[in-house]
Ligand binder design. Sequence first.
Ligand SMILES: *[C@@H]1O[C@H](CO)[C@@H](O)[C@H](O)[C@H]1NC(C)=O
Ligand SMILES: *[C@@H]1O[C@H](CO)[C@@H](O)[C@H](O)[C@H]1NC(C)=O
Ligand SMILES: *[C@@H]1O[C@H](CO)[C@@H](O)[C@H](O)[C@H]1NC(C)=O
Ligand SMILES: *[C@@H]1O[C@H](CO)[C@@H](O)[C@H](O)[C@H]1NC(C)=O
Ligand SMILES: *[C@@H]1O[C@H](CO)[C@@H](O)[C@H](O)[C@H]1NC(C)=O
Ligand SMILES: *[C@@H]1O[C@H](CO)[C@@H](O)[C@H](O)[C@H]1NC(C)=O
Ligand SMILES: *[C@@H]1O[C@H](CO)[C@@H](O)[C@H](O)[C@H]1NC(C)=O
Ligand SMILES: *[C@@H]1O[C@H](CO)[C@@H](O)[C@H](O)[C@H]1NC(C)=O
Length: 455
Amino acid sequence: MAVPIYRLPSFFPLLAIFFAFSTFLASTEAYDPLDPNGNITVKWDVINWTPDGYVAVVTLYNFQQYRHIQAPGWSLQWKWAKKEVIWSMLGGQTTEQGDCSRYKGNIPHCCKRDPTIVDLLPGTPYNQQIANCCKGGVLNSWVQDPVTAVSSFQLSVGAAGTSNKTVRLPKNFTLKAPGPGYTCGPAKIVKPSKFISADKRRVTQALMTWNVTCTYSQFLAQKTPTCCVSLSSFYNDTIVSCPKCSCGCQSNLNDPQSCVEPNSPHLASVVTGASSRSSKNNVAPLVQCTSHMCPIRVHWHVKINYKEYWRVKITITNFNYVMNYTNWNLVVQHPNFDNLTQIFSFNYKSINPYGTINDTAILWGVKFYNDLLMQAGPLGNVQTELLFQKDQSTFTFDKGWAFPRRIYFNGDNCVMPPPEAYPYLPNTGSKHGVTMFTMLLLISLTLLSFHHLLT
Ligand SMILES: *[C@@H]1O[C@H](CO)[C@@H](O)[C@H](O)[C@H]1NC(C)=O
Ligand SMILES: *[C@@H]1O[C@H](CO)[C@@H](O)[C@H](O)[C@H]1NC(C)=O
Ligand SMILES: *[C@@H]1O[C@H](CO)[C@@H](O)[C@H](O)[C@H]1NC(C)=O
Ligand SMILES: *[C@@H]1O[C@H](CO)[C@@H](O)[C@H](O)[C@H]1NC(C)=O
Ligand SMILES: *[C@@H]1O[C@H](CO)[C@@H](O)[C@H](O)[C@H]1NC(C)=O
Ligand SMILES: *[C@@H]1O[C@H](CO)[C@@H](O)[C@H](O)[C@H]1NC(C)=O
Ligand SMILES: *[C@@H]1O[C@H](CO)[C@@H](O)[C@H](O)[C@H]1NC(C)=O
Ligand SMILES: *[C@@H]1O[C@H](CO)[C@@H](O)[C@H](O)[C@H]1NC(C)=O
């Protein structure tokens, strides 16, 4: 019992302050401190004025470093300023046509005042496509692949202004991915876009361009955590598991949907039922029963200590029976990322949002090898090893230093074990120091009291 009492002070301050601070940030932040400029920009380029309106190409750019949009994809809604209609579309479609009864003969694609657009699916006939369309609304993150972080559709708008003086910009943009979380600002007229021809010999220009910027907030998304972190090390047998109830509790035993035992005979039928439901109304996870109840667990194992290097193994495990995570990514913050020497079987890019501290990295899977994190089961995990070069002035296995400060999976902050639970060195320098100090203190106190008694 004596050990924890004098260990805590040496262990606590730094990490405790850090964690208190990051919890504070997480609860109040309107933006992501690791991606402060992250946004999705929706750009409208008017490429033609028509007798009753215009033709525009609308492009979504996912400028977020690591937050992506996965299946079933984005949807974009706005409110028309007047009584505009959409005559036709390429590369996308509205989810509802609305009431077009005032039209005869030539019926518009959509007459709703607040149309909702979705991307078309892969394999759409060629004559309904345009460039960057038809990916089922999936948008990669900017770091993983800027080419697939862009999505476009084209629409021909009627009953609208027919010049840059009479056109009215659409209002109240809502971006869903597919749930809530994004807030979009008003449309702003910007300098017309320029387009370079394929052979790079001619530049054309939009007749008019406006931008809308949408930003993400985990607070608005009101999501319960979706991942947690567990820790272990070669120098201590303890495996620190994810905090209990990180993403929910098993208490709701009457609700058979809340989790599934992996050896349950009903597993197959429950999973099939949940999959068919989730395709309709979103992607509610169906997780394997664990104490943490998270769909994703990230395990950080401090594996080997060399003279000038040290090695970490990271394992990401999927506990969700109804989700294959495509293009998954992991954001990891650890001070030794400024000296990462080698990484196995994952892609890696350093991000330093503030220009100075190079301690954060994005890791993601290698295409066709492990970029797909399979549903819960024997194949539902991916792993990597990281080799760091020690900076002798800062490196230590003491005080939990070798463990990550922060981990995000697919842009969601993962729940970490409390710092006082981290595995620690059985016999560390600082512990020794404290012990020596305590011993000396005890000895001098004893001597003092002897002295006192004797005099
Ligand atoms: C959106 O992101 C881009 C790329 O990071 C950045 O240049 C731009 O300033 C951002 N826009 C806003 C309004 O933050
Ligand atoms: C509208 O177009 C005219 C040229 O046709 C241009 O001079 C003017 O600046 C444009 N106005 C806006 C608001 O884009
Ligand atoms: C647009 O959104 C704002 C804020 O969400 C709301 O107050 C306003 O009524 C909306 N406008 C329309 C026309 O729906
Ligand atoms: C408008 O959006 C485009 C594409 O994202 C971007 O290149 C351009 O800089 C934006 N313009 C402004 C003024 O933000
Ligand atoms: C995940 O992928 C595997 C193999 O492609 C497939 O058999 C399985 O049905 C997929 N699961 C889900 C939930 O989409
Ligand atoms: C950050 O560290 C990595 C790994 O050592 C290095 O490759 C990268 O150039 C560094 N980035 C900056 C901006 O210093
Ligand atoms: C990486 O480690 C070497 C060796 O300890 C050290 O000299 C160098 O300063 C470190 N680099 C950074 C960016 O800290
Ligand atoms: C390993 O770390 C745990 C804290 O997670 C601690 O309780 C335990 O005493 C340590 N084991 C040894 C052998 O030091």
